[in-house]
Design a protein around this ligand. Structure first.
Ligand code: UDP
Length: 486
């Protein structure tokens, strides 16, 4: 297991956006958390330090948690390629997708246990009785019994799910159930994802949130956006704006020159209107469907409209072994488009060797986009929807998973009832691209919605409520040692 260091950020940075009442409330919660957790550590364990929504969120929440005086830390479990193939299979099943079609039998259960038993050995050195261990997603559920043996509170948080259960979700859940049932508390992003057998007394519904000040979401001047995207060889420009971005460790980075990030090497023309989808290269995000829908609509679109599908460099997301394959499928699909259409469709792999820079590039792309799309077939929550909403961009997204909680259809974005209906997708795109007033109205309402519901204060307060319940309901623990481990 490896620890990801997170620097503390004062809560005041966030509360500056919130107004006096909300600020007073979150400050009061911070005091309660300090008292409750004194001498204890809140551990988070997940499967990757970068790439995907969980890593994104942990970074911000831990920083504010530490800023609020809570000792909270982040460990990334150690897995083998076989283990991640298996957990990706479970991930796909929980989304109702067969994935690689493999089984979840005895051999798989043994592999899962073996890898996680090794990780428990590594946790042992760090976790003390009375600590809280938040285990994220299917990769970590098998750690629950081990965490409890250490005398710590095991909370399992599931960031994924499917609105309507089916045989496939059932198969995935059957694998995890024996572990999850042992957790002291279980967190889901939305109620529809919760399997029937989860004990309602242990259940917490906590939707994700974003941080407005990270490289991913910080404001960027329009002039600087152009320069950043040009420097990274994404969008043509001759800009001389600022290239500096905030790093999570508090220092400042500068966007490096990149070349050839866009498939085929052609940058998006300077004045193009960009329709953007940012996602991991995961079939369930349906990058291919976005491309097909866009290509179909293209003859009816003005010449300046381009599609950009952007995702991480596929070697950069350690727990997502299917990425390279899905990217190749998208490349093949693009190559099969007529040449005139190909010129208007851009596949882009963003470097992952510097995750802060990666985040800043995503930020600049989302801000530069005229419309942001998230045409997922299923979705846990969809931070890729929250992020452009915060930036005031009009979004068109599938009515699946947490996306439908975030977007009020026709008010703060447009929802696609059936994500596979490419005609409806094309019609929604046409509607937003041809009506600036609509686009602006959707964008403004989207930002307000994120401000009201999806910032870290709400998220952190829900955690404090949960932690209070854990200690209230738990048998008395020995007083924590005064000197803590590093
Ligand atoms: N993301 C990123 N770089 C990329 C592609 C995606 O930083 O090249 C981020 C994206 O901005 C978002 C997260 O990965 O913050 C994806 O989270 P989401 O909840 O949308 O989906 P998940 O990947 O967790 O299924």
């Amino acid at each position: 297991m490896r620890e990801v260091r997170v620097e503390a950020i004062p809560l005041a940075r966030l509360t500056a956006l919130l107004g006096p009442e909300r600020t007073a409330r979150v400050d009061e919660y911070a005091v309660r958390a300090q008292e409750l957790l004194q001498g204890r550590i809140v551990w988070n364990v997940n499967a990757t330090h970068a790439g995907g929504g969980v890593a994104e969120m942990l970074q911000a929440l831990l920083a504010y948690g530490r800023g609020a005086g809570v000792d909270t830390r982040w460990l990334v479990l150690h897995g083998t390629p076989d283990f991640f193939l298996l957990t990706k299979r479970i991930h796909n099943l929980l989304h109702g997708s067969p994935g690689d079609g493999g089984v979840l039998g005895e051999a798989e259960a043994a592999l899962y246990r073996e890898v996680l038993d090794e990780n428990i050995g590594l946790l042992e050195r760090r976790v003390s009785p009375g600590d809280i261990v938040l285990l994220h997603d299917p990769q970590t559920a098998g750690l629950i019994p081990g965490v409890q043996r250490l005398g710590a509170h095991a909370v399992w948080r599931c960031h994924i799910g499917k609105d309507e259960p089916d045989e496939l979700t059932h198969a995935g859940w059957s694998f995890l159930q024996p572990y999850v049932e042992q957790a002291e508390a279980v967190i889901f992003s939305r109620a529809a994802f919760v399997p029937q057998w989860v004990d309602q007394n242990k259940l917490w519904i906590i939707p994700p949130s974003l941080d407005p000040f990270t490289a991913k979401n910080v404001d960027i001047d329009a002039h600087d956006i152009s320069s950043v995207l040009c420097r990274a060889s994404l969008v043509e420009n001759t800009g001389d704006g600022l290239l500096a971005f905030p790093r999570r460790d508090g220092t400042t980075g500068v966007v490096r020159p990149h070349h050839g990030l866009v498939d085929g090497g052609r940058m998006v023309p300077e004045h193009a209107r960009i329709v953007l989808q940012v996602s991991r290269w995961d079939r369930l995000k349906d990058m291919a469907g976005v491309m097909t829908g866009f290509a179909r609509l293209l003859p009816e679109l003005p010449d300046d409209v381009h599609l950009m599908l952007a995702g991480p460099e596929t070697s950069g997301v350690s727990d997502d072994p299917e990425g390279a394959e899905v990217l190749e499928e998208c490349r093949a699909l693009r190559a099969a488009l007529p040449p005139g259409t190909q010129e208007r469709v851009h596949l882009c792999c963003l470097p992952m060797d510097d995750t802060d820079e990666n985040a800043y590039l995503v930020n600049a792309l989302q801000r530069r986009a005229t419309v942001v799309v998230q045409k997922s077939l299923v979705e846990g929550f969809g931070l890729t929807v929250t992020e452009p909403m915060w930036k005031g961009r009009p979004v068109i997204a599938s009515r699946v998973g947490g996306i439908q909680d975030q977007v009020v259809d026709g008010e703060s974005g447009l929802l696609l009832d059936d994500p596979t209906d490419l005609d409806a997708f094309a019609a929604a795109l046409q509607r937003v691209l041809s009506d600036d007033v609509l686009a602006q109205g959707l964008g403004a309402a989207a930002r307000q919605r994120v401000l009201d519901h999806y910032l870290g204060d709400r998220h952190l307060m829900q955690y404090v409520d949960l932690f209070e319940a854990l200690y209230r309901d738990a048998p008395a623990q020995p007083e924590p040692a005064v000197a803590r481990r590093d």
